[in-house]
Design a protein around this ligand. Structure first.
Ligand SMILES: [Zn+2]
Length: 419
């Protein structure tokens, strides 16, 4: 059984992790900050492109800046097998999110080179643009454009906080490519990624076989009451939108705890903005957000309908006016059972324990899954799987386990018959 070079993989993660670093003020730790299409993202991209070329890959860049490194197949006209992820990051990132999937796929190629192995199908190592959405506000931007969910011109026109556009910034860092942004569907796509959560580590399991990505919806609530003096207005004469929003937040937790939606419903109120936001004034307006997630779209819809009724009844009781709009909605994505079976089978063959897991976060794989059989391998993380944080850490063994299974799955898929 072929295995990857774990030391080389670790060194490769470290090398990319030294590009675009920042000093975390609270912890003093060194983290990664490679926001999409910044100078640092450009440096990271050029580093990985150089690595791809050094591994003998033929590199192309498409019009949304997605990068593809292609390794010839024995039957070079057959549809390629693709693996990858992203190398852009949030502002307070670690070294593993996305990078493991890209550098892991590259390590697979290096291993095949070392052993002089030539797969039937070509292999492509890919990294997609602005997966995090941390700069231009739309996550999975590059992969969404690649599969046609977001039109190229619409993506180009997105701007960051300073009004700089995707197109101008891509051009600025030299990654406005010329290849058609619409991805020719590969034979299959596999992404190895850190879990970014606590479950695998807590279960002491080596790998996660990802069954899909859960459904997500976001609401923005605007609750309007009546401003009043905090000292002179009796409590029973108030219309306080702050109280209404606080009650909704507690009701969200009760909704989850009721168990009526199984044990996988997650509800979060991440934003509450009180206006005018003064210590001695009853607010007249509060803006709040709700993030609701569940692995099953129909269950999420039921929960969402119940939420709407809940908003209305609490608003009526608190004598405030509440409007809500849905600001995001993505259905759950089920990954190909074939890829799940291969991940599980090869993990078992390597003596690695594994369990099925639903991804709580979004990934490029859910976009690519629209055009070909696709799946993911999750690697556990230390410190409760903390991510988007400089403490983000998966051990060299955890990373190597994931990438060894990636090697097995990719080489198996790349030998499959057919066009
Ligand atoms: Zn990621």
């Amino acid at each position: 059984m072929n295995s990857i070079n774990s030391t080389r993989l670790t060194e490769s993660l470290d090398a990319l992790g030294r590009i675009g670093t920042y000093q975390d003020e609270t912890t003093g730790l060194t983290g990664v900050r490679r926001l999409a299409f910044t100078e640092d993202d450009g440096l990271g991209r050029r580093h990985v492109v150089d690595e791809m070329k050094r591994a003998g890959l033929d590199v192309t860049i498409d019009r949304i800046g997605n990068v593809f490194g292609r390794r010839k197949g024995r039957d070079d006209g057959a549809k390629p097998v693709m693996a990858g992820s992203h190398i852009d990051s949030v502002a307070t990132a670690g070294r593993f999110d996305g990078c493991l999937g890209v550098l892991g796929a590259l390590e697979v190629v290096k291993t095949l080179n070392d052993t002089n192995t030539h797969t039937r199908r070509p292999l492509i190592v890919a990294f997609f643009s602005e997966e995090e959405g941390a700069r231009f506000g739309t996550d999975m931007l590059g992969s969404a454009v690649a599969v046609g969910r977001i039109p190229l011109e619409q993506a180009y026109a997105l701007t960051d906080r300073d009004g700089k556009s995707v197109r101008a910034e891509l051009e600025h860092i030299g990654f406005l490519g010329t290849a058609n942004e619409r991805l020719t569907p590969p034979h299959a796509y596999v992404e190895c990624h850190i879990e970014q959560g606590p479950m695998l580590r807590a279960a002491n399991v080596d790998l996660g076989v990802v069954t899909g990505v859960q459904a997500i919806c976001w609401h923005e609530l605007t609750v309007v009451g009546r401003s009043a003096h905090a000292g002179t207005t009796p409590m029973n004469l108030r219309a306080d939108p702050g109280v209404a929003v606080s009650r909704i937040q507690l009701a969200l937790r009760e909704l989850v705890r009721s168990g009526r939606f199984g044990d996988s419903l997650r509800a979060t109120m991440g934003v509450t903005q009180f206006h005018p936001g003064l210590v001695n004034v009853v607010p007249n307006r509060v803006v709040a957000t709700v993030d609701l997630r569940h692995p099953d779209d129909t269950v999420l819809q039921r929960a969402e309908a119940e939420l709407a009724a809940l908003y209305a009844s609490i608003a009526a009781e608190e004598k405030v006016a509440l409007t809500h709009k849905r600001t995001a909605r993505t259905p759950n994505v089920a990954f190909a059972s074939k890829v799940q079976e291969l991940v599980a089978r090869f993990a078992t063959a390597r003596g690695l324990s594994h369990q099925r897991i639903v991804s709580g976060a979004g990934h490029d794989c859910q976009e690519v899954a629209k055009v070909c059989p696709a799946g993911m391998i999750f690697v556990p993380g230390e410190y409760d799987g903390i991510s988007h944080n400089p403490r983000e850490f998966s051990t060299p063994k955890q990373c190597a386990d994931g990438v060894n299974v990636l090697l097995d799955v990719l080489t198996s898929l790349a030998e499959e018959e057919g066009p």
